[in-house]
Ligand binder design. Structure first.
Ligand SMILES: *[C@@H]1O[C@H](CO)[C@@H](O)[C@H](O)[C@H]1NC(C)=O
Ligand SMILES: *[C@@H]1O[C@H](CO)[C@@H](O)[C@H](O)[C@H]1NC(C)=O
Ligand SMILES: *[C@@H]1O[C@H](CO)[C@@H](O)[C@H](O)[C@H]1NC(C)=O
Ligand SMILES: *[C@@H]1O[C@H](CO)[C@@H](O)[C@H](O)[C@H]1NC(C)=O
Length: 552
């Protein structure tokens, strides 16, 4: 068994007093959304959805039969005859034929589109389609799920997995699709299409509005990572600052001590430290540092819906400061600050550690190291190139990693300033995080992965400043990906208008507007609010829509 840790998919820092807080602004059409009665707007969304039959959720996957759309493998080389079938799903629940009835397309992004079906059933697509009597569509991304054009995932076979080809897929789909069982021509631009995506797909949504403005009438870009960066040390800064302060305090201090041992000269201390984590036999210290960081990635999986939310981060925080039995440590020690003599445990001759490091070790031992059924190097090591070189279609981790290695980057590294507190060890450097690009993607005949990702093609499309009329940004205040969105603290402040909405959901993590509940009254108020705002804005945009005049 080979297991390894992949760089996190969507990775960030901020001070929460950031510039981009809600500011009531008069829209260009003179409408001030903030003057709408929020309570009334919420109730409107709720009452339109309360009658949704419950059994619809249960048979969601049956209701939405997969459909297939033929795409060229290479949109930019007419001599390449290869095509593939792109999978999509349609919800006609709310559709009423009339001129100007909208189509909402949700970009599946870097996963199987089937994972996005809940958004067609009770999430953002259903909410918007219902409010506007439109059609809902989930469009799977090339190479993911079953929209596969190639026989294996070698470097050469992956060369058509890039932003340009994937954007051209969506454009071709919007311009040409014929929906089964629907008489009307719903292609763009004679029908208003609204594009939606979250995270990577959020960036794609923004890119689509920039690249294909004639086809994309409007777009919502949620947690859109429009700033591509080779290194993404800001990711962990968001978490460090947003986590429970006691937990962050213990984590920062634990990492400081762990780093001093790892970077120190005592092999004896090092091996005792690694032993506490069940990782004594993991050969390389940077692999150890990386393995013990694994609970941190679960912050981004927190969701307002308890059914969807990961509890792992909170459990980890709780475990860090749990009382330690034995060692003469009293239960009250947990109330004392890190390093207080009453919290110190002698681990080995001359090695005395705070109880949170012991707890950290026990947590990793219990939840990570103990799951390894092979050697630790096999499970958690990154120095054996051969473990990354299987290229079968089932090695689907190769897909997003290829995109990371070629166009997106986002290697989660430790903060560069040595004086800065950190929750990620100083051993987690760019060379350690990015070496997989060369290990996994051996040079092909037709394509080679660059030494480091070339993020220019993404950032050329606007980076932090990306903007267009009828392009909405929705971000989460404590989303570790916020530093890569237009709500980054490094981005210029902007106004929030009806034509260029710019929303930050307080206390939210990653694309929290994407999911919804069948009974929306059970959603937290901030989520009801953002959904209501999205509905009201889309309604405004659609009210301005005019069929294009025929050009000949
Ligand atoms: C991958 O697929 C291509 C095209 O089908 C084929 O020519 C090549 O031999 C395959 N390579 C491997 C390693 O499976
Ligand atoms: C570590 O490796 C040694 C020798 O290779 C082995 O005897 C020992 O059981 C291993 N320890 C653990 C905890 O896996
Ligand atoms: C680890 O597992 C042991 C035994 O199951 C348990 O007593 C201990 O509380 C666990 N510790 C952590 C930090 O998960
Ligand atoms: C990076 O990508 C940009 C845009 O695609 C391109 O113009 C540039 O030549 C690339 N840089 C390198 C070093 O390949």
């Amino acid at each position: 068994m080979t297991r390894f840790l992949l760089p996190l998919l969507l990775l960030g820092f901020t001070s929460f007093t950031g510039v981009n807080s809600f500011s009531p602004v008069i829209g260009p059409q003179g409408v001030n959304f903030w003057n709408l009665d929020k309570q009334e707007a919420r109730e409107r969304v709720a009452s339109s959805r309360r009658d949704l039959p419950l059994e619809i959720s249960a048979r969601a996957f049956e209701e939405f039969e997969p459909q297939w759309f033929e795409q060229p493998l290479d949109h930019f080389d007419e001599s390449n005859p290869h095509t593939f079938k792109q999978r999509y799903w349609v919800s006609k629940r709310h559709y009423k034929a009339r001129q100007g009835a909208p189509v909402f397309v949700l970009d599946g992004g870097e996963t199987s589109g089937a994972n996005r079906l809940p958004f067609l059933d009770t999430g953002i697509v259903d909410i918007l389609a219902r409010a506007t009597e439109g059609l809902g569509v989930i469009l799977e991304h090339r190479y993911y799920g079953e929209s596969i054009a190639v026989e294996n995932l070698t470097t050469d076979a992956l060369r058509w997995l890039n932003n340009e080809q994937a954007a051209a897929d969506s454009a071709n789909f919007m311009a040409k699709v014929k929906f089964e069982g629907i008489e009307e021509d719903l292609t763009a631009p004679s029908t208003p299409w609204i594009y939606y995506g979250g995270s990577y797909a959020g960036a794609r949504s923004a890119h689509m509005k920039i690249l294909y403005p004639d086809l994309v009438y409007g777009a919502i870009a949620s947690s859109a990572v429009t700033h591509a960066a080779v290194e993404n040390w800001q990711y962990m800064e968001i978490i460090r600052k947003a986590a429970d302060p006691k937990c962050s305090h213990h984590l920062e201090n634990s990492i400081k001590i762990i780093d001093s041992i790892l970077l120190g000269h005592s092999k004896f201390f090092k091996s005792h430290l690694k032993g506490l984590f069940g990782l004594a036999n993991l050969t390389h210290d940077d692999d150890f540092a990386s393995t013990i960081s694994s609970p941190l990635g679960s912050w981004q999986s927190k969701n307002w819906d308890p059914e969807e939310s990961s509890v792992r981060f909170d459990q980890f925080c709780e475990a860090l400061n749990a009382p330690v039995h034995g060692h003469g440590i009293s239960a009250k020690a947990t109330d004392l600050p890190f390093g207080d003599p009453a919290r110190m445990v002698e681990v080995a001759d001359g090695l005395t550690l705070d109880l949170s490091i012991l707890n950290y070790g026990a947590y990793i031992k219990n939840n990570t190291a103990s799951r390894c059924r092979s050697t630790l190097d096999d499970c958690f090591g990154t120095y054996d190139d051969s473990k990354y070189q299987q290229t079968g279609l089932d090695e689907d981790w190769r897909l997003w990693m290829f995109q990371v290695c070629t166009q997106w980057g986002y290697f989660t590294t430790t903060p560069p300033d040595p004086k800065q507190p950190r929750i990620l060890s100083r051993l987690i450097t760019l060379p350690h995080e990015s070496k997989i690009c060369q290990q996994a993607y051996l040079p092909g005949e037709f394509f080679q992965v660059p030494p480091l990702p070339n993020v220019t093609a993404v950032n050329m499309l606007g980076d932090f400043d990306i903007a267009a009329d009828r392009l909405m940004f929705v971000d989460g205040e404590v989303d570790p990906w916020r530093p890569d969105t237009p709500h980054s603290d490094d981005a210029k402040p902007r106004d929030d208008t009806i034509l260029r909405p710019f929303k930050l959901i307080p206390g939210a993590v990653h694309h929290w507007d994407e999911n919804g509940l069948a009974d929306v009254t059970q959603e937290p108020v901030v989520i009801q609010d953002i959904h209501a705002e999205e509905v009201a804005i889309i309604e405004q945009w659609l009210a301005d829509w005019k069929p294009p005049t025929k050009k000949d």
